[in-house]
Design a protein around this ligand. Structure first.
Ligand code: ATP
Ligand code: MG
Length: 607
């Protein structure tokens, strides 16, 4: 596969445009530690002027020595002073260099913390639709790396300033003697700069286009080495299959990177040679002027030093700048990520969720399809759920049960139609207040690698420290017995990610998650297959509990187990994006429709 080389002109425009990402980063850096940044700038300013001072003192030493050699006699006193000055300059350089490193380290720490915090905060404000979108996910992945991978850039910005000042001071030395000499230098260095920055850009484009491949590599590596996959991998004998796939993709990534590095090596070396040529042409000119007697030996060393210094400074300034420019391209991900707005908009004048809920939910001709999906999941769905009702929702896989819950909890907005709660559109409520009234446990609930108490406490973080409430919630969800068996009880670390963690069975995790919902004491309780992993006994108990606990609240239960479903006050059958039939178990059995079919099918297997 050929290396993707983006349209060159567009590429340059993109590079220039990316420079606008720098000011916000500088601002962020300044905000994360003003005093430190100011100290770093002051130190760099001093250090920047040391090379010129060193060269000048060197010139004085040599000229004094040449004079002394020509006219032997008393050693000129000032030579000792010059030597002391040279020593002071060198000493200052190394001490201040270390001080700058120290400041850079502190600045980097604070900056990285600031960026991580902002990324997390922003991610928490975006909605579910974003997280379920792979393009967004790539962006988030890259943005997340910014916090640490871009730290070198802060350093580089300080360096650039320092190099620019050093260059200006040295160049002033060269220009004073001969502007032509300086022009020659600039011309020879320019090609190297253009080449360098061009390749740096190609490198960036390549890295960018390789992101999906790298993600797949990470995934495959995880699959092959993590505990979760080990069981299936062994039994299905998948190891070699994944390994082959990993090596194939990895070879592709390495190949593309290597081809670019090869070109960069060849072209870069040629251009660097041109740069050296410029320097030595200038040097030859200086030697000639010295032989002619137009320059002292000290003058020659000073100018040769200033010329060499300017030459390497120009290259450094260009390469530091080009490094920064490329880094700023990576910042585009961060800047774009921060610019992302949640699609679930908050109303201009949001109203708090009703308490108590009086008339309940009403779906009016609700249709929904996922972003980028052609097929509608729900079509003109009509539904009412009143407070005090325990409703069960059934339907085959993929009919949209979970989707309906996502709409009810306003993780998504309907594409058409309205969902009302107490007569007010969900979109007019304050989402936070709305979520505060809802206890939802999704099918793919979280298993936090934290303590049992935290796993339950997250159901209502404000009450995390309330032991009684946690114990009470655990009792209601039947998780208490499980917790009792753990070595450290509520303080037991769960999951295997960290040392000392204990894994639970699927049903045990489910009970813990269920406790989270009870922690909320919410008016709306929604459980998406909460009993799928529970044994028959536990399921029966959970449902009994559920019935008692939902007095006066709205309870929606999704389940594929008809033994549970039949206990609900009303059963909704979701079919082809609508509520196909509804009623009590007996009513639905009597009407001999879809529900009674499904029920009979399941019941038959038990007889
Ligand atoms: N994030 C998503 N993006 C695009 N399509 C999705 C997304 N989530 C679900 N779907 C699709 O929407 C349809 C309904 O999915 P949903 O998860 O609501 O089904 P369900 O009734 O809960 O099924 P199950 O009984 O298996 O839990 C499915 O066809 C599914 O492929
Ligand atoms: Mg589902």
């Amino acid at each position: 596969m050929p290396t993707t080389i983006p349209n060159q002109k567009k590429a340059w425009q993109e590079r220039l445009a990316a420079l606008k990402n720098i000011p916000p980063v500088l601002l962020l850096m300044w905000q994360s530690g003003r005093a430190m940044v100011a100290a770093m700038l002051g130190l760099r300013l001093v250090v920047a002027l040391l090379p010129l001072a060193g060269l000048w003192v060197g010139k004085l030493i040599i000229d004094t020595l040449v004079g002394a050699v020509k006219h032997p006699g008393a050693v000129p006193r000032e030579i000792w002073f010059y030597l002391a000055a040279e020593f002071a300059i060198a000493g200052l350089g190394s001490i201040l260099g270390r001080a700058i490193d120290y400041c850079d380290g502190r600045i980097a720490d604070r900056f990285s913390r600031e960026v991580s915090v902002r990324v997390m905060r922003h991610a928490s404000r975006l909605d579910l639709a974003s997280f379920e979108d792979p393009v967004f996910y790539d962006k988030l992945d890259r943005a997340r790396l910014q916090a640490n991978d871009r730290l070198g850039m802060l350093n580089a910005m300080g360096q650039l300033l320092q190099q620019a000042i050093t260059l200006a001071s040295l160049a002033a030395g060269v220009i004073v003697y001969s502007p032509v000499l300086f022009a020659l230098l600039v011309l020879t260095v320019a090609p190297a700069f253009l080449g360098e920055s061009h390749f740096a850009f190609l490198g960036y484009s390549l890295a960018y286009s390789l992101t999906p491949m790298r993600r797949e590599l990470d995934y495959l590596r995880d699959l092959g080495t993590k505990r979760e996959g080990a069981k299936e991998l062994k039994v299905f004998g998948l190891g070699p299959y994944f390994l082959e796939r990993f090596t194939r993709i990895n070879d592709e990534v390495i190949g593309r990177t290597r081809r670019l590095a090869g070109r960069r090596l060849r072209v870069g070396a040629m251009l660097a040679l041109v740069g050296s040529l410029g320097y030595y042409a200038g040097y030859a000119y200086l030697v000639w002027r010295t032989l002619e007697g137009a320059l002292t030996i000290g003058g020659l060393t000073f100018l040769a030093g200033a010329l060499a210094g300017s030459s390497s400074q120009i290259q450094q300034v260009f390469s530091t700048f080009s490094g920064i420019a490329d880094q700023s391209l990576f910042l585009s991900d961060l800047v774009e990520f921060f610019a992302m707005k949640p699609r679930i908009a908050v109303a201009a004048h949001p109203v708090p969720a009703p308490r108590p809920i009086r008339s309940g939910f009403e779906f009016r001709k609700v249709s929904f399809h996922y972003p980028n999906a052609a097929r509608a999941v729900l079509k003109d769905l009509e539904l009412r759920i009143e407070p005090g009702e325990r409703v069960a929702l059934v339907g085959e896989n993929g009919q949209g049960k979970t989707t309906l819950v996502k709409l009810m909890t306003r993780l998504y907005d309907p594409t058409a139609g309205r969902i009302l709660l107490d007569g007010v559109d969900l979109r007019d409520y304050d989402p936070e207040s709305l979520h505060g009234e809802m206890g939802v446990i999704f099918q793919d609930f979280m298993r936090y690698d934290m303590t049992a108490a935290e796993n339950i406490g997250v159901g209502r973080v404000e009450a995390m420290g309330d032991r009684e409430r946690i114990v009470d919630a655990a009792r209601k969800s039947r998780a208490l017995a499980t917790i009792g068996k753990l070595g450290d009880g509520l303080e037991q670390l769960l999951g295997r990610r960290f040392e000392g963690g204990v894994d639970l069975s699927g049903g045990e995790w489910q009970k813990i998650a269920l406790a989270r919902a009870y922690m909320r004491q919410a008016q709306v309780l929604i459980l998406d297959e909460p009993t799928a992993a529970l044994d028959a006994m536990a399921e029966y108990e959970v449902f009994q509990r559920f019935a008692e606990l939902t007095e006066g609240r709205i309870a929606l239960l999704i389940s594929h187990r008809f033994s549970t479903v039949r206990m609900a006050d009303r059963i909704l059958v979701l079919e082809d994006g609508r509520i196909g039939e509804q009623g009590t178990h007996d009513e639905l059995m009597g009407s001999r429709g879809r529900y009674s079919n499904m029920f009979e099918l399941q019941a038959a297997s038990y007889r």
